[in-house]
Design a protein around this ligand. Structure first.
Ligand SMILES: Nc1ncnc2c1ncn2[C@@H]1O[C@H](COP(=O)(O)OP(=O)(O)OP(=O)(O)O)[C@@H](O)[C@H]1O
Length: 301
């Protein structure tokens, strides 16, 4: 079953077309990362899926229903980018209050544990650190034991330890069959946790697949080394799709045929050092997908 279904969705704000004919199906139990540069339409798409706004055109279904119905909302949890948590309540009180809004919530102690907030349960929300406040927002998103969970840039402001524990909790929810849709600007996190990556730009989907397939669809390898070759010579090497070089001769090439590049260097007797050959990262794929031709030229002349 599809947990989330957007069909032909447009959302306009005055003259801004934030979403343009967006169609997206998310299967139940899938962990999807929605990526895109600032202004791509990610938050707008999530607000439609949460039933907080209406599409200008097209339809939005969550758990098979219009998410503006209260009955559907009981099955949805959301961790927004900025949450308005009553600052005077303690962590435990805030979670208890939110639990009352749902028909079958988790216990408060379980939620404190999931969000690693047990030790600060008695602290007022207004006195939490940035990372703890994000964890409280997560706690409030999961307290209703939702089938579908939206996480909008969840780990912003969390330190490395909190992040690791946070992804552990998300893994647990996924293992329990929850459908999770998240946005993040940390591409390595998307790569590690998501079953599926959807890249948006200007309100539409640019690419959709597993992290592995997205990496593969763009450029498979990066070859880096230091030599005397100038940019024109680097670009002329066989199989090179883009090249950059700095003033100290550090070359950075993207290619689908790293072996061809290395062979040419050896055959021509080019003296080089500090050779590194690696797979393109999801970040490389993302930048290549979302770069406008003008930006691509600037970065990779
Ligand atoms: N309430 C609004 N009124 C007017 N324009 C809006 C409104 N909400 C969003 N937009 C515009 O719609 C476009 C998409 O914005 P959105 O916030 O969905 O992008 P995003 O992908 O979430 O970006 P970010 O990564 O910065 O959070 C932007 O051009 C934004 O300025």
């Amino acid at each position: 079953m599809n947990a989330i279904q957007l069909s032909g969705v447009d959302k306009t704000f005055g003259r801004v077309r934030a979403l343009a004919d967006l169609t997206l199906d998310v299967r139940a139990g899938e962990l999807t990362a929605l990526l895109g540069p600032n202004g791509a339409g990610k938050t707008t798409a999530i607000s439609l899926m949460l039933g907080l706004a209406q599409p200008t055109r097209g339809s939005v279904r969550v758990l098979g229903e219009d998410p503006r119905y209260d009955a559907v909302r009981a099955g949805i949890g959301s961790m927004p980018q900025e949450s308005a948590i009553p600052q005077a309540l303690t962590v435990r009180e805030a979670i208890t209050l939110f639990a009352r809004l749902y028909p079958a919530p988790l216990t408060v102690d379980r939620v404190l544990e999931l969000a690693q907030l047990t030790e600060v349960a008695g602290r007022r929300a207004g006195a939490l650190s940035g990372g703890q406040a994000r964890r409280l927002a997560f706690a409030l998103a999961v307290v209703g034991n939702p089938q579908v969970l939206f996480l909008d840039e969840p780990t912003t402001g969390m330190d490395a330890g909190s992040r690791q524990a946070f992804w552990g909790a998300v893994d647990g929810l996924k293992a329990a069959g929850r459908t999770i849709l998240l946005t993040t600007h940390y591409l390595e996190e998307a790569e590690r946790t998501a079953d599926r990556v959807v890249v948006m730009n200007a309100g539409s989907i640019l690419a959709d697949g597993t992290p592995e397939s997205l990496r593969g669809s763009v450029l498979t390898s990066r070859v880096r080394f230091t030599s005397d070759l100038v940019l024109a010579e680097l670009k002329a090497l066989p199989g090179v799709e883009s090249a950059a070089v700095d003033s100290r001769g550090h070359a950075d090439l993207q290619t689908r045929q790293p072996e061809e590049v290395l062979r040419a260097l050896f055959v021509r007797g080019v003296a080089f050092s500090e050779l590194e050959v690696g797979r393109a990262s999801l970040e490389d794929a993302f930048l290549s997908l979302t770069a406008t031709p003008a930006t691509a030229d600037t970065h990779r002349a």
